[in-house]
Design a protein around this ligand. Structure first.
Ligand SMILES: Nc1ncnc2c1ncn2[C@@H]1O[C@H](COP(=O)(O)OP(=O)(O)OP(=O)(O)O)[C@@H](O)[C@H]1O
Ligand SMILES: [Mg+2]
Length: 330
């Protein structure tokens, strides 16, 4: 009998082999990019931003492009009604609150081939109100949607969220009515977007103080892009060239809605000419949409105008706007 006794008979436990590690989830690096992002804003409520967004989406889809409409009217989402679809069960809130990982998961079919909708928040209490980091993530994901066109329908007002969605776009459309109040609001919106754009580019421009003063409405500060360029030329000649490039890169497109008279139809190009002369803003003009009973009747019937009344005057105007949008340089 060996002397080891009990100790010798003890079962030696070999260290168990570690279970193989679960393979690491590959990080999904999105390399896709929407071909063109179009945002539709205008500062004022009830001027036809959603009508224009929905029907531009339909027009582009009908021409064979893949389109996602994003209802970025956070808190007042109703784009689904302009498309004639019931309120989707999933919305941007699900993405912002991380119940959905990707925007593709909250994009729902609209019944129109190649056209999907990402709805806004379901109701005011559910209002998607992204913080800065969440907003950046949302903007990044919108940019990398794998479609030909993303059309972003904005809410009223000039809040930073609205402006940042507008500035995300390759083409920013500003809707206005042929009324002084609406024209004033459109200018206010464009001016706010202009200074917000420069604020976001401030570090590379090197004229942060001039921009900050303009934003704060400080005495003597620039009130228009024109004045800002003049001040930069005098005070900061080395920053002037960079600022000029930034100013020229800002070119919103106007759409005049609810035109009733011939003069109304011409107003869009007159407004853009006047703003260029007096404020130094270079704007494009995509065309006018007539005031048309067919438009409000379609909204009441919860049907998209281009589907319900494709031969109406307003539909013709919207198709013309879509054509002009398609002919803009990439
Ligand atoms: N060209 C038009 N002809 C007649 N009525 C129109 C026209 N465009 C819009 N409307 C009417 O104006 C209403 C408001 O339009 P819409 O909802 O598109 O505006 P909005 O700018 O998106 O408003 P909000 O700021 O509340 O989101 C429509 O429901 C419709 O009744
Ligand atoms: Mg709207």
């Amino acid at each position: 009998m060996s002397q080891g006794g009990e100790a010798e008979n003890k079962i030696i436990e070999f260290p168990r082999p570690k279970p193989p590690r679960a393979p690491r989830k590959p990080r999904v690096v999105k390399t896709t990019r929407a071909r063109r992002i179009v945002a539709v804003g205008g500062g004022k409520g009830g001027i036809g931003k959603s009508l224009v967004s929905a029907n531009l989406g339909i027009a582009l889809a009908q021409r064979g492009s893949s389109v996602v409409l994003v209802d970025a009217d956070l808190g007042g989402a109703n784009l689904h009604s302009c498309l004639g679809v019931p309120q989707p069960q999933v919305s941007l809130s699900d993405f912002i609150d991380r119940r959905a990982e990707t925007l593709e998961e909250v994009a729902v079919p609209t019944g129109i081939e190649r056209l999907k909708l990402i709805s806004g928040a379901r109701d005011v209490l559910d209002a998607a109100n992204p913080r800065h980091a969440e907003k950046q993530k949302l903007l990044r994901h919108i940019r990398s949607l794998d479609v030909d066109y993303v059309i972003v329908d904005l809410g009223a007002g000039t809040g930073f969220n609205t402006l940042d969605f507008f500035l995300l776009a390759d083409t920013g459309i500003v809707v206005l009515l042929p009324e002084p109040t609406s024209i004033e609001n459109a200018y206010r919106f464009i001016k706010a977007a202009f200074f917000r754009r420069l604020q976001l580019m401030e570090r590379t421009l090197g004229c942060g103080e001039l921009i900050a003063d303009a934003l704060a409405g400080a005495p003597g500060a620039a009130k228009t892009p024109f004045e800002l360029l003049t001040q930069a030329r005098e005070k900061l000649p080395e920053a002037y060239a960079r600022l000029e490039v930034a100013v020229n890169g800002f070119r919103p497109q106007l759409v005049l809605n609810q035109a009733r008279t011939r003069a109304d139809h011409e107003l869009g190009s007159q407004v853009s000419g006047a703003w260029k002369k007096f404020f130094g803003l270079d704007l494009g003009y995509l065309g006018a949409v007539a005031h048309d009973d067919a438009a409000w009747k379609a909204v009441r019937a919860i049907k998209p105008l281009l589907i319900a009344e494709p031969g109406s005057t307003a539909a013709a105007g919207l198709l013309h706007v879509a054509e002009n949008l398609l002919s803009l340089p990439a």
